[in-house]
Design a protein around this ligand. Structure first.
Ligand code: ACO
Length: 403
């Protein structure tokens, strides 16, 4: 309902593209994604190879620096991270102020935002040394911040990081160890979590990464930009979907496990119910990550002795039904990365509220890589979309007594 000729005359051509479905805002050399063919590559390396052969920290290095590290570079990178895992004692006091039932994503974004008050020596986006320092600080401290959010909810003491352990092992220990009991990290859980982090590490211009870029385009510091990304990830249509999937599976189980009934409800558009963990803006074919995660769900559950998890049964049935149902087939709705992750996280012992926090830990190197790429790009301008105004025409102010 707008006059395109008038618009052109006034402002030049403005494209209305709801949800930016067809708008490329950036050029990027980090991640290649072909949604029709179901292809995902980080810096040219197929996701399948990285998930099988690499590690989360190696992939973090790759995303951020563009190349796989040499053995020496990897050792140095790990060492730098290990030296920065501790939180300032005053940071811990933030948790005292949060209510016990605070959502861990809210704690995560708040504490990351607060890091910019503690590390004012690494705010300058154009100083490479400062950017490298804030990169290391974020990679090292986010697992500690996340583990403390979990401990806060339980009312258990916070554990200092043990830097003899790797990043994932350290995170598991800080999350699950309850002093003075001994705690041994289960290598099955650590390997599976490392793989899940790799699969979540980047996904080009998704909602949270675009948010990190948009905030960073104003030259806000890296901590401030990442905190915004964490908030964007929280929503149920993005990272929050992994919690929503589990809640959906539990609701179906509580309702007698009637998958047909649930699918009918989803297909009834008036219900407002979606099959969570299905569909993707870009993938119109199998999400390659979902294929790997489905297999991992079987392996991990079997290794943890939880192979007959009724929720896995329900998920498998849902997938089978959806993939042979015209509603889903015609809309090209396939399982996405989040469809099976919740089942694995639950088997590892994480409560549902923590699932999206785990996504944030995985996605962090991708956010950082995109922020750094943008800052270095000479064509970078502040992100500032246009709009199509649909409000009233000019009108005169009416005095209060005359309204
Ligand atoms: N269940 C039922 N119907 C769906 C679903 C779903 N999960 N997803 C899409 N549809 C339908 C829509 O109702 C719409 O139907 P219509 O054409 O008859 O109106 C059509 O498929 C297209 O859907 P859109 O909402 O336009 O697709 P969009 O690209 O905007 O949304 C999204 C993608 C948000 C992922 C969507 O598929 C969804 O809500 N999925 C469930 C939530 C989820 O799993 N999110 C995680 C995504 S992956 C990630 O962020 C890690």
């Amino acid at each position: 309902g707008f006059d395109i000729a008038k618009l052109r005359g006034q402002t030049g051509l403005v494209t209305l593209d709801s949800g930016f479905g067809n708008t490329a805002a950036y050029q990027s050399a980090i991640t290649f994604l072909d949604g029709e063919k179901g292809i995902l590559r980080y810096r040219g390396y197929p996701i399948e190879q990285l998930a099988e052969k690499s590690t989360y920290l190696e992939v973090s290095y790759l995303l951020i620096n563009g190349e796989l590290p040499t053995a020496q570079q990897l050792e140095e990178f790990k060492g730098e991270i290990a030296r920065h895992t501790l939180l300032h004692e005053d940071v811990k006091r933030f948790y005292d102020g949060f209510p016990k039932d605070a959502h861990p994503m809210a704690m995560l974004s708040s504490v990351v935002s607060a890091l910019s008050t503690f590390y004012q020596d690494s705010h300058n986006p154009f100083d490479d040394r400062q950017v490298n320092l804030s990169t290391i600080r974020l990679l090292a401290k986010l697992p500690t911040i996340a583990a403390y959010a979990h401990k806060k909810a339980l009312g258990q003491p916070f554990l200092y990081p043990d830097n003899n352990l790797g990043l994932v092992e350290n995170f598991l220990r800080m999350t699950f160890a309850v002093p003075p009991e001994d705690y041994d990290v289960d290598p099955v859980v650590a390997d599976a979590l490392d793989k899940l982090f790799i699969l979540h590490a980047d996904h080009e211009q998704n909602c949270s990464t675009s948010t990190v870029r948009l905030v960073g385009s104003s030259q806000a510091n890296l901590f401030a930009s990442i905190s915004a990304g964490i908030n964007a990830l929280w929503g149920p249509l993005h990272g929050g979907a992994n919690s929503a999937v589990l809640e959906m599976l539990e609701a179906i189980q509580a309702d007698g496990g009637d998958v047909d009934k649930f699918i009918r409800e989803v297909k009834d558009k008036t219900s407002g119910v979606r099959l969570m963990g299905f569909g993707h803006r870009v993938y119109k074919n199998f999400d390659p990550r979902a294929k790997i995660i489905k297999q991992a769900a079987h392996d991990v559950l079997a290794k943890l002795g939880k192979g007959n998890d009724p929720l896995l049964e329900i998920a498998l049935k849902l997938e089978e039904h959806a993939l042979s149902d015209d509603y889903f087939v015609s809309r090209k709705l396939y399982p996405n990365v989040d469809f099976y992750t919740g089942i694995i996280y639950r088997a590892m012992g994480f409560p549902t509220e923590m699932f999206t926090v785990l996504f944030a830990l995985g996605r962090l190197p991708g956010w950082i890589a995109h922020w750094r790429e943008m800052i270095k790009d000479p064509s970078n301008r502040i992100g500032r979309p246009r709009q199509i105004y649909t409000g009233t025409e000019i009108r005169d102010y009416v005095a209060l007594e005359s309204r």
